[in-house]
Ligand binder design. Structure first.
Ligand code: BTN
Length: 236
């Protein structure tokens, strides 16, 4: 990965389908490392595991970055960077919930609720990934509908703060994308939202037992220990 600044060139759209789709198109066409796509609104925002990602207009940071020659643990690095940004933007003192936690692999939680989501997509054979990040900057959680209202958190800032949050995010990403893997894992372990909790995933259930040196989630099962390298886990 080059040390070039993140966020340039930048394409900003008032309305986009998915900023990840646009960034992927740009990456496939040769866009340089650090290329950024942002939107005020997404009409087809995507999350992990085929889920959708929706956010009230202007309430969120919706961005996708082209990363060339991605470092190992890139998806975990993004989670750690966003967690640090969340602390700086809406620290524990303000929210009363303490430091932001990371639910492996990279959901960022405040008070057990999701404040940011990260979707990493790429073409390893072409040497790039797109980091798609959505952060609830000024979402009014009580105005959300259904399940989202019970599960989402917000930085509680004003819509005018989205650009400031973006600048801090790019700074944190610059720092964590170039950090030593051991430092990244240490930071992640210190914020592990799953440690000691009973979790379930497609093939089973067990008790989360930390993150190994490859960034896999360790899970204690009745008959031993498993190491999950991908997929979706949920708290039981
Ligand atoms: C998740 O938690 O499931 C990941 C959510 C990722 C959402 C962001 S918003 C900007 C970018 N564009 C998308 O379509 N998705 C990501």
């Amino acid at each position: 990965m080059t040390a070039a600044a993140l966020g340039r060139p930048r394409l900003h759209l008032r309305v986009a389908g998915s900023t990840n789709d646009l960034a992927r198109e740009l990456a496939a066409a040769g866009a340089p490392h650090g290329t950024l796509v942002t939107a005020a609104v997404q009409t087809a925002g995507r999350g992990r595991q085929g889920r959708s990602w929706s956010a009230p207009a202007g309430s969120s940071l919706l961005c996708s970055l082209v990363i060339r020659e991605p470092p190992p643990l890139v998806s975990l690095r993004a989670g750690v960077a966003v967690a640090h940004l969340v602390d700086a933007a809406a620290g524990g003192e303000r929210t009363g919930f303490g430091p932001a936690r990371v639910k492996w692999p990279n959901d960022v939680l405040v008070g057990g609720r999701k404040v940011a989501g990260i979707l990493v997509e790429g073409r390893p054979q072409e040497g790039w990934v797109v980091l798609g990040i959505g952060i609830n900057v000024a979402v009014r959680v009580r105005e959300l509908e259904g399940e989202l209202r019970d599960r989402a958190a917000s930085l509680g800032l004003e819509p005018g703060s989205v650009e400031t949050v973006l600048a801090s995010l790019l700074e944190e990403l610059g720092r964590w994308l170039s950090a030593e893997p051991g430092v990244v894992l240490g930071a992640l372990r210190a914020r592990d939202a799953l440690l000691g909790r009973t979790i379930g995933w497609a093939e089973g259930r067990g008790v989360a037992a930390g993150i190994d040196d490859e960034g896999r989630l360790l899970v204690d099962l009745d008959g031993g220990r498993a190491a999950l390298s991908a997929g979706d886990v949920h708290l039981l």
